[in-house]
Ligand binder design. Structure first.
Ligand SMILES: [Zn+2]
Ligand SMILES: [Zn+2]
Length: 120
């Protein structure tokens, strides 16, 4: 997955975002046929897609820096799927589903803001 894509949360809400081995599908949400990332070589189907659970659970991470309004709270940025994820008492990522677009307009806007401020 490219860092560029991680920094495009608003646009990503309209994308399929099925994942496979680090690739992420950039076809439109609900598309027919195989999954594919624009510019990528890998094609995959639903059976080959990664399970929704992110493999990074349990990874030690630092909390993400916060914006003026406190976003993203006490969460950390997952180094694998780029979701903002709560940390457990030992500073490790809690189990979570891989990021597949933001749940709300607010979250999408703040996420974009965050990547503008702290992203790459
Ligand atoms: Zn797809
Ligand atoms: Zn993750």
């Amino acid at each position: 997955m490219t860092r560029t894509l991680a920094a495009l949360p608003g646009a990503a809400r309209r994308l399929c975002l099925s994942r496979r081995n680090g690739e992420i599908c950039t076809r439109e949400d609900g598309h027919r046929g195989l999954h594919h990332r624009t510019g990528g070589r890998l094609l995959w189907n639903d059976l080959q897609a990664d399970p929704p659970e992110c493999a990074a659970a349990g990874t030690p991470v630092d909390p993400a820096p916060v914006l003026d309004d406190g976003f993203p709270g006490h969460r950390a940025l997952c180094p694998v799927c780029w979701a903002f994820v709560p940390r457990d008492g030992d500073g490790r990522l809690e189990p979570h589903d891989s990021w597949r677009g933001d749940e709300s307009r607010y979250e999408a806007d703040r996420r974009r803001e965050w990547f503008n401020a702290y992203g790459w």
